[in-house]
Design a binder for this molecule. Structure first.
Ligand SMILES: [Zn+2]
Length: 244
């Protein structure tokens, strides 16, 4: 008898470990279980295998999953903002310092930005982390608006490229984008990159004005604009925003 096909994905709430995602993958040959660094528990199974077949495997591995979840937590904690955290926003060093005031304050100087944080606050608390992240994002937004549009216009005029609008946005998933109408969007998180990588992203988007894809013609054009483009692209792909 033919069974009706099960959906490609299913999520359950497990009493001990929380959300578990089951995914069917036509390419997998066996059932695999993993805990991702963000704490997602994922069970992948071949398309022909029923979800209930994987359930005993999940139960057998509950202890192991708990250990992996703890490890993921420790890893996530490492990237939390602390008094030891320093970030480079182009030529400025950003640092969080303890202060005896009772509210957050920013001191913005020529070569450094200090976030003065009440020392009575518990930095390990989620609300404090969120406030600090929000503040850093606003600092980055302001620095980005001062730098990125002007730099983009300079590079565009140097290369003889016409652009329409330039916008700075809070985008975590990509550094930049370019529309068919020559509108350029840049992520404010670019400000955490070294100058040569910022220029690379800008020139990459400028190159998209001529080629709206990543074809060989696009890369040739980009390498005309910036001879080290491919090497810089590799460097950029290895980069992770430290506190996100
Ligand atoms: Zn691109």
């Amino acid at each position: 008898m033919r069974k009706t096909a099960e959906p490609n994905q299913k999520t359950i709430e497990h009493a001990e470990v929380g959300t578990v995602v089951f995914k069917k993958n036509p390419r997998s040959k066996r059932i695999t279980l993993k805990v991702k660094t963000d704490g997602t528990i994922l069970i992948t199974l071949p398309k022909s295998v029923a979800y209930k077949t994987a359930e005993p495997i999940l139960e057998e591995h509950i202890a192991w999953i708990k250990v992996q979840l703890e490890k993921a937590k420790v890893k996530q904690k490492k990237t939390a903002l602390s008094y030891k955290s320093t970030y480079q926003i182009r030529n400025k060093t950003l640092q969080i310092l303890p202060s005896d005031r009772d509210a957050l304050r920013i001191s913005n100087q020529e070569d450094r930005i200090e976030i003065l944080c009440p020392q009575i606050w518990d930095l390990s608390k989620k609300e404090v982390q969120e406030q600090l992240q929000h503040l850093i994002t606003e600092i980055l937004r302001s620095e980005a608006k001062n730098y990125l549009p002007e730099r983009t216009e300079d590079l565009a005029s140097q290369k003889g490229i016409l652009i329409n609008t330039i916008r700075v946005k809070k985008v975590k998933t990509r550094w930049g984008s370019c529309s068919s109408k020559s509108n350029i969007n840049l992520s404010l998180y670019l400000m955490l990159l070294p100058d040569d990588l910022i220029d690379y992203v800008i020139l990459h988007e400028l190159a998209h004005i001529k080629h709206q894809n990543h074809s060989a013609a696009f890369w040739n054009h980009l390498e005309d604009l910036l001879p080290r483009a491919k090497a810089l692209d590799k460097q950029l792909n290895a980069y992770r925003i430290p506190f996100l």
